[in-house]
Write a protein that binds this ligand. Sequence first.
Ligand code: GLN
Length: 486
Amino acid sequence: MTIPTSLTIHEAHRLLAKKELSSTELTRAYLSRIESVEPKVRALMTVTSELAMKQAAAADKRIADGDIKPLTGVPGVIKDVLCTRDARTTCSSKMLENFVPPYDAAIVEKLYADGMVLLGKTNLDEFAMGSSTENSAYFRTHNPWDLQRVPGGSSGGSAAAVAAGESVFALGSDTGGSIRQPASFCSIVGVKPTYGRVSRYGLISYASSLDQIGPMTQDVEDAAIVLNAISGHDERDSTSMPNPVPDYTRVLGRDLRGMKLGIPKEYFVDGMQPEVDTAIKTAIKKLEELGANIDWNVSLPSTPHALAVYYIIAPSEASANLARYDGVRYGFSCQDAAGMWDALEKTRQFGFGPEVKRRIMLGTYALSAGYYDAYYLKAQKVRTLIRREFDAAFEKYDALITPTSPTVPFKAGEKSDDLMAMYLSDVCTMPVNIAGVPAISIPAGFGGSLPIGMQIIGKNFAEETLLRIAHAYEQATEWHKQKPEI
Ligand code: GLN
């Protein structure tokens, strides 16, 4: 039989459990799909075929023994910022071109324990800095919906791989929008969990107070399944939280009656494309039809400052985190140098790309003695204001609804010379990381043939509420069933 490469996790699981399909067959089908579409899409930094076939055989054995979990034998891909001891972990940077970590990230351990099959590691903006995956030091990834356009970023490889049927699901990381914005651009589901929900152990740090790992999937049920697998406390990450992990699939299928949803007006920004505005407002009306009470008049007045706050805090933390790439400990090391300082300088000069250098300089400046109070400290104060506004909103509303990105996917090269335009891709997602709260992006329509995503934001540890709303909307619409033709 020909095996479709558009199976969701829950569909693949059903076939595997009934033994109508083996993980070996499924994995082989995905590897051949990768071979045929990857030259056009270029989502993957590394394909781990041998490892995948080995893991598939082990999964088949496990299933034969009657030991099957929702992810057992299901092929997935992982963003190349997550450490894997069996595959190089590059961060799409020259600095880590041949870096094979000595350990697996906590979430990789968990996914392996559940029997996931790893197909490969996905391309990203170098060190997760960017919104289009054009900042990869290796190649750009193409949006499966229109190969001339970007898949979003920084988890653009993960989003494109799922949308193109190269993988059943993916893992991404989100510092200011890097799971949700590419999910929106590729018409898939992306979840940025509450800060502390998922262990960051083995996630290569960009901005540690903002980074979270999350699922990128074809539908909401799959997102719940992956969240079940990766959530929970880990003593190796001191910011990981001990809150119990519910079964996130249990709330799926409940209706929206009695739910109070707020629409914060600051998220409908100037410069937003009219087709995005229309699609999101139509989606909100759908939520109302499904029983939710909508308040169209919510205001979070500090929202317009989020971008500035983010571009002080994230580069500041990045400048400290990236100091470790010195050519001595690990990674690229320039050998052609006259002495220690010269070696350090040349290693960082050749090892890092332009966007990474820009962020390091910005952060070093903001943290330096004369400017710390004016920039970093001020940004932290505004961060507190933003967080408090969310807290106040969640006293009244179960969730807030916004666009995920103000635009549909843009053309490659279109924003490369206009940093401000590029940075604005994440205006709707950054406040969420600044506050630490969870959010999900789900498909909510198309502008022409280009995907549009809706963001649902909740209070800390309210992932269940977000999934419930997202699922109700998804089941009442057809967007998630549309697939790109490549
Ligand atoms: N685009 C934002 C940045 O460049 C967010 C990236 C992310 O979430 N990793 O920093």
